[in-house]
Write a protein that binds this ligand. Sequence first.
Ligand SMILES: *Cc1c(COP(=O)(O)O)cnc(C)c1O
Length: 547
Amino acid sequence: MSNILLDVNVVVDFCCERVPHFEPILKALRLAEQQGDVVWLYVASVQTLEYVLSNELRRKAAISGRQLDFLSSHAIAKKQLTIFSRNKHWLAAISEDGPVFRENDAEDAQLVRAVRRLGGKAYLLTRDKTLQRQCKQAVSPDEYVGLKRENDPFPFIDLSSQQRKIRPRMERRMFNVLSHGKYIMGPEVSELESQLADYVGVNHCVSCSSGTDALLMALMAKDIGPGDAILTTPFTFFATAEVIALLGAIPIFVDIDAQTFNMDPDALERAVDALNQEDWEACPMPRAAEAERLVPKGIIAVDLFGQPCDYDRINAIASKNNLFVIEDAAQSMGAQYKGRRANALAEIGCTSFFPAKPLGGYGDGGAVFTDSDGIAEELVSIRVHGQGSDKYENRRIGLNGRLDTLQAAVLLTKLEIFPEEIDFRQAAADRYARLLADYSSSLTSPFVPDDMNSVWAQYSVLAKDAQYRERVQKGLSASAIPTAIYYPRPLHLQTAFSQLGYQAGDFPVSEDVGSRIFSLPMHPYLTEAVQQRIVDEIKRRLDGDDT
Ligand SMILES: *Cc1c(COP(=O)(O)O)cnc(C)c1O
């Protein structure tokens, strides 16, 4: 994918079908469309475009013996430009494009600055020979058509298509923040919190600095500390268990379900019973369990890969045993379980706005959700150093855990298209499932129970064995198709948790899944053609083995 910025002369050539320049620009624009190259118009060119096109229209009319007055030619020019710009993107002018009066050609100087701001492979399409000499990126339409092209690597997650879609609104929101200057807890933060609370369907949303801090704040609001035990799964991102240990509490792992990869409610029940009965042989327990008489306080259930856990059962086990439940919904924002949204499926929901998550920002961020007024009040205090009723009263130990105003501005824009993106993700997941169906004996597609839906933070497939996984991953990588393994090493086998005393074999399902699972590229803008190519490549590797 390349970015192409259009100079005024080629736009006018195109709109006026100016001979002999029309054919080359027509060819170039057609090729751009075929290639998926992105065509940009520069905002600061607008007036020149209108003026030059209008003049050219009058000149053309005069040659063919017609009279076209100034107003009519302007009206036609505007209409043509409206149509022409419809499938193009607008590249903003920024302040540094202003002071160009000392340059030989002010407009050219602006275009050169603008094209340099377009990342990756970027070209300025122009008929201006001087510009072509002065600027490496400036090419004629013919030169553009003749460029050598290589296959672009597929992105694992495509954030640039999304950005182009929302860039104008995002720029407005970000400039707003630069103007009002309330960089900490500005109006965008509370606007985002209220929109997110509505979206999720809970009373309170407390935004914060990351998904990790969301989990940490939730545990702090529950006064978790040394001597406490929190049950969670070993098949998750490190942060889930890290925050437990950070507060001096002990994570107690329970194995996952072999089909959903989420916490297995039966395993949870066994572990809770074992703790209550102090039966240290019933299931794998950390070394400290017996020695320190740990008190189980709560559960962190993780909606892995964007799919909710079995909350009816988990919440029931919790309430029977007087435990709280925190939903780690870092990957599942927007998912649903029995008609309710992720983040609202337990007493406290925690999400992450890390860029690669389903609702990701342009930096770190997170949020905590709850219906409880009391917990929300604690969270608000913890977020700012345990703040009390005024800034210099600290009623407890807290954090600096705020979400930046600029990040909230980005997220507000992304939230506008989020529901639509979830539909796109579902469509992409359906296509993968259909394309991979013939190969289900070697590659198991994800399983989603009837009463829930996933937001497909990852599309993770299970290979028949570790060698299969390696072969397919290597094959895809040779064709520049990225894959990833979430998670190769379950947390009970991580060095950082070695003091817990767990052993290999303690959580056989997590260990087995970790040795065979891998994730395919997944994002809302994945096309059927790309997915077909990915699956063809997978099939080639699998067939190679079968014969
Ligand atoms: C990403 C993630 C987190 C941590 O979120 P950050 O915003 O990166 O701190 C926690 N739990 C799970 C399951 C995650 O995927």
